[in-house]
Ligand binder design. Structure first.
Ligand code: NAP
Length: 276
């Protein structure tokens, strides 16, 4: 499943919408990015997201905070962005550091600006099937599955990983589409046996090649959201090719979709603000 190509088409469409919004209303969509500390991977992710914004005609406003910042100051910073009418979306790059209450920081994002889909409100909306923003990586996964016409209703989806930004919401979105969902995590016994029952596997762990080709049921659809050192996913790609009917490459699968959805949801928010 080619995420690069689908994401490129999504970003083109978002750029058209941004141009149209600017011409019609003068509103320039704006994404605020908040980075705590200088973790190299996080710095790279934020830079990639801002570059992609620029290509799509979305302004980005970057706030870099020192790694020593506390929860209260971070919450205040995000609260100010939430209240700023020129800002349409807020991205707080994860992780923010052990000493910070990350949930409190995420929940300081106004739900109508939560274009990365990380607040408790957004999770509830995803879980209850209410309007709201979806978490970008799980949302990107769903768009990829839809683009390849993967049937989900009644099929067994196994999500490996249960983080708040990836595994858990991915399972909720699959459940909303009537898949039978099993979550696996670090305490799961017999992971390979459970993965072997899956029609659809979503790997969201962060352990290189944890899932082997021989674990998979023949014909399974495999989505590898993992990204590990050396451009390696959570699934052994070569081994999986022998059994999977569809599989996402790493890189070029889920990663680009995540950014494409972030931009699309920023446009949704800007359009809504302009219409209000
Ligand atoms: P995380 O917060 O560290 O969560 C990892 C999850 O994997 C946890 O639920 C953990 O279980 C589970 N786990 C750990 N070891 C396991 C094992 N041996 N067997 C089964 N489950 C195990 O990570 P995350 O933020 O969700 O990210 C996961 C991966 O996705 C990473 O590689 C990350 O780089 C990648 N990612 C990619 C994108 C993208 O845009 N492509 C976006 C976000 C993340 P416990 O809950 O029991 O600890």
């Amino acid at each position: 499943m080619d995420g690069t190509d689908l994401a490129r088409r999504m970003v083109e469409r978002t750029a058209e919408r941004a141009r149209d919004l600017r011409e019609r209303t003068g509103v320039v969509p704006c994404l605020a990015t908040v980075l705590v500390g200088e973790d190299p991977a996080s710095v790279t992710y934020v830079r990639m997201k801002r570059n992609r914004c620029a290509k799509a005609g979305i302004e980005s406003r970057h706030i870099a905070l020192p790694g020593t910042v506390g929860t209260a100051e971070l919450v205040d910073t995000i609260g100010a962005l939430s209240a700023d009418p020129a800002v349409h979306g807020i991205l707080l790059q994860h992780p923010v550091g052990e000493h910070i209450d990350e949930r409190a920081a995420f929940d300081a994002i106004a739900p109508e600006k939560d274009v990365d889909g990380v607040t408790s409100m957004s999770f509830a909306a995803m879980s209850f099937g209410l309007p709201g923003f979806v978490s970008c990586t799980p949302g990107g996964i769903m768009r990829l599955l839809d683009a390849y016409d993967v049937e989900l209703a009644g099929r067994h989806a196994v999500v490996v990983g249960r983080s708040a930004i990836l595994g858990k919401p991915a399972g909720m979105l699959l459940l909303a589409r009537n898949a039978t969902v099993t979550y696996c995590h670090s305490r799961t016994r017999d992971l390979a046996e459970i993965v072997g029952q899956a029609d659809v596997v979503v790997a969201a762990v962060g352990r290189a090649r944890l899932i082997k080709g021989s674990d998979l049921k023949p014909g399974a659809v495999v989505v590898d959201a993992g990204y590990n050192e050396g451009n390696v996913g959570d699934v052994d790609f070569e081994g999986a090719l022998e059994r999977a009917s569809l599989i996402t490459p790493v890189p070029g699968g889920v990663g680009p979709m995540t950014i494409a959805l972030l931009l699309e949801q920023t446009l949704d928010s800007a359009e809504r603000a302009a219409a209000a």
